[in-house]
Design a protein around this ligand. Structure first.
Ligand code: IPM
Ligand code: MN
Length: 329
């Protein structure tokens, strides 16, 4: 891998600040000396409003043949919540089976880092449920949590393997005291897989307690594994306590197929078009993509450069922050 391969990457800038930060991420990748063969996909709320397209089977088929997908953010204030999120982002995660949502965090002092492995295809996100007697006084809405042995086990196994490459410590986060069915499956699976990794020290936290520890004692964590919704909430908190959500990157991984890279943050329509979005989360997501493409050297250089300008990024424009990163490469 490396210099002689051209990497075919699908680009989905998406909505709001998404295209702005992805443009800078691509500039940084180029400045780091990696050539990408990019294919643009005009998708997101604006495209949906223009012609009704959310995502097609043809596009999904094309994506299966790519080396990676680089995505900005989706979600548009003029589109009913859920249409784009479910129809584009979640459909991509589900159909491409991007079952690992990998979210690394580095504490502001650079001293402590930890990773949240969020199960990315199941739980309350699966779409189980519906309405009965909608718009009547007797309306019922249900939204079930889907947890399969396969889905839970592959996320847990991934997290144990990752822990062995780090500090050999893995924490399961759930709510086993209340979610006694799903929690039981997660806990049993976790304990069974743990027996295969005697070198990994394990811990368990209820998700509410984990919120306290994220703020007061994140040093206790190395790798965390958790379900889709707990992981969604906990990783916004992780961003907030480690330098801000403007710094948090994500890899949506299918270890056997194509993977997708995106910032944790959303489309932020309130600041879209102003050129003031922090591009560092997108830039760091780009570095994760380069790691995945085998461009480890460029990935490491981008990461060090981005981390070294993070403290200076407040109050700067999107382009200024990217310029600073490029200057440090
Ligand atoms: C994230 C986002 C998505 C999620 C939304 C946009 C559907 O918040 O990637 O964390 O909930 O997974
Ligand atoms: Mn989220």
């Amino acid at each position: 891998m490396g210099e002689h391969m051209t990497h075919r990457v699908g680009i989905v800038g998406g909505d709001g600040i998404g295209p702005e930060v992805i443009a800078q991420g691509l500039r940084v990748i180029e400045a780091a000396g990696v050539e990408l063969d990019t294919v643009d996909y005009d998708l997101g709320g604006a495209r949906y409003l223009a012609d009704g397209t959310v995502l097609t089977d043809e596009i999904l088929d094309e994506w299966r043949g790519l080396d990676a997908i680089y995505l900005g953010a989706v979600g548009h204030p003029d589109v009913t919540p859920g249409v784009i999120e479910r129809g584009l982002l979640l459909r991509m995660r589900f159909v491409l089976d991007l079952y690992i949502n990998y979210r690394p965090f580095v504490a502001p002092d650079g001293g402590h880092d930890f990773v949240v492995i969020r199960e990315n295809t199941e739980g309350t996100y699966a779409g189980e449920g519906g309405f009965l007697r909608k718009d009547t006084p007797h309306e019922v809405a249900t939204q079930g949590s889907v947890n399969t042995r396969l889905g839970v086990e592959r996320a847990i196994r991934y997290a144990f393997e990752l822990a062995t490459t780090r500090r050999n410590h893995l924490t399961l986060v759930h709510k086993t005291n209340v979610l006694t069915f799903a929690g039981d499956l997660w806990e049993r699976t976790f304990n069974e897989v743990a027996a295969e990794y005697p070198q990994v020290e394990t811990a368990y936290n209820h998700v509410d307690a984990a919120c306290i520890y994220f703020v007061q004692d994140p040093q206790r964590y190395d790798v965390i594994v958790t379900d889709n919704l707990f992981g969604d909430i906990l990783t916004d908190l992780g961003g907030a306590v480690s330098g801000g959500i403007g710094l948090a990157p994500t890899a949506n991984l299918n270890p056997e197929g194509v993977s997708m890279f995106e910032p944790v943050h959303g489309s932020a329509p309130d600041i879209a078009g102003k050129g003031i979005a922090n591009p560092l989360a997108a830039i760091l997501s780009g570095a994760m993509m380069l790691d995945h493409l085998g461009e480890t050297d460029a990935a490491n250089r981008i990461r060090s450069a981005a981390e070294s300008v993070a403290a200076d990024s407040d109050g700067k424009t999107t382009v200024e922050v990217a310029d600073l990163v490029i200057g440090k490469l």
